[in-house]
Ligand binder design. Structure first.
Ligand SMILES: Nc1ncnc2c1ncn2[C@@H]1O[C@H](COP(=O)(O)OP(=O)(O)OP(=O)(O)O)[C@@H](O)[C@H]1O
Ligand SMILES: [Mg+2]
Length: 259
C-alpha cells in the first residue's frame, strides 16, 4: 500500500529580510484509494500544502514522504492538475494526454492507443486531433485530468480543478472525477472553495486554519462511496446529514473570523 505523508511539515517563505510561516506542523496522510478534500479561506495555505506534497517546495521543518521515503522533488508517482489547465498549446488533444507517456519512454503506437482510451474515459472521444483553442474550458479541464492519470500515478493532486466551470458542468465533472479516480485506484488530494464539492467528492475532508496554515477539522465522509454504489447525487446532497455537514464545515472555515 502506498502512503503520501506530511509529518509535522512546516513551510516558511522569505519576506522583507525575515520570513513568514505559511504552514505549521501539518500532519496529513493520503492512502491510495482515499480522496482527501481540502477547504479553507483564501491564503490559508492550501496551495502551499499541495506544493509540498507535489515536491515543488521543500518543508522548512518536518518531512514529506512516500512510503517512508523522503520526497525530494516532483515525480511521476504524483500527478498535479493545476487550476489553470497548464496544457501544451502546440500539441493536439491526443498528444497532450500522451505527453507523460512520452516522458516515460512509451512507443508511439502505445501512446496513441492509451490516449484514445483516456479521452474516451473523460468523454472526449472524437476530439483527438483538436487543437486546444478548439476546445471549451470544460473540455480542456477534462483533458487535464486525462493527462494527469495517463502515467498511472499513485497520487492525484488537484488545485481547484473544476473552479472555472458553470454549475451544471461542474456537477457532471464531479461525477466523472469520482469514476476516473475509482478506476485509477490512486490516492487523491483536491483543493476546492466549494463546501458541497468537498463533501460530495471526499472520503475525508480537512479544513485549513490560517496564519499560519494548520489542519483544523479532519472528518471521514461516505457520500462519494454511496454515490458510487448508485445513490443519485441529488438525493445525497438533499440528505439532512449532508446539509448538517455543510453547516459544520462552513462554521469551521469561518471559526476564527467569528472569534
Ligand atoms: N512563493 C511565495 N512566496 C511568499 N509567500 C507566499 C508564496 N506563495 C504563497 N505565499 C503566501 O502564503 C500564504 C498561503 O498561500 P496559499 O497560496 O497556500 O493559499 P491558498 O489557501 O491556496 O489561497 P487561495 O484559496 O487564495 O488559493 C499566503 O499568505 C501567500 O501570500
Ligand atoms: Mg490556492
Amino acid at each position: 500500500m502506498s502512503l503520501l505523508r506530511l509529518r509535522r511539515a512546516s513551510l516558511s517563505y522569505p519576506a522583507g529580510g525575515g520570513s513568514v510561516e505559511v504552514l505549521r506542523d501539518v500532519d496529513l496522510t493520503i492512502r491510495r484509494g482515499e480522496f482527501v478534500t481540502v477547504l479553507g479561506r483564501s491564503g490559508a495555505g492550501k496551495t502551499s500544502l499541495l506544493n509540498l506534497a507535489a515536491g515543488f517546495v521543500a518543508p522548512s521543518s518536518g518531512a514529506v514522504e512516500v512510503d517512508g521515503r523522503p520526497v525530494t522533488g516532483p515525480g511521476a508517482d504524483r500527478a498535479v492538475v493545476f487550476q489553470d489547465d497548464a496544457l501544451l498549446p502546440w500539441l493536439d488533444a491526443s498528444e497532450n494526454v500522451a505527453f507523460p507517456l512520452r516522458l516515460k519512454g512509451a512507443g508511439r503506437a502505445e501512446r496513441l492507443e492509451r490516449a484514445a482510451a483516456l479521452l474516451r474515459l473523460v468523454g472526449l472521444e472524437g476530439h483527438e486531433r483538436k487543437n486546444l483553442w478548439e476546445l471549451s474550458g470544460g473540455q480542456r479541464q477534462r483533458l487535464g485530468i486525462a493527462r494527469a492519470i495517463a502515467a498511472e500515478p499513485e497520487f492525484l493532486l488537484m488545485d481547484e480543478p473544476l473552479g472555472a466551470l458553470d454549475a451544471m458542468t461542474r456537477d457532471r465533472m464531479q461525477e466523472l472525477l469520482l469514476k476516473v479516480w475509482r478506476a485509477s485506484g490512486a490516492g487523491a488530494l483536491l483543493i476546492t472553495h466549494s463546501v458541497e464539492e468537498a463533501l460530495f467528492l471526499g472520503t475525508r475532508v480537512v479544513v485549513m486554519e490560517p496564519r499560519p496554515g494548520r489542519i483544523g477539522l479532519d472528518e471521514g465522509l461516505d457520500f462519494s462511496a454511496r454515490f458510487l454504489e448508485g445513490v443519485p447525487a441529488r438525493a445525497l446532497k438533499a440528505e439532512p446529514a449532508f446539509i448538517a455537514a455543510r453547516e459544520r464545515l462552513i462554521a469551521a472555515i469561518h471559526a476564527e473570523e467569528a472569534a
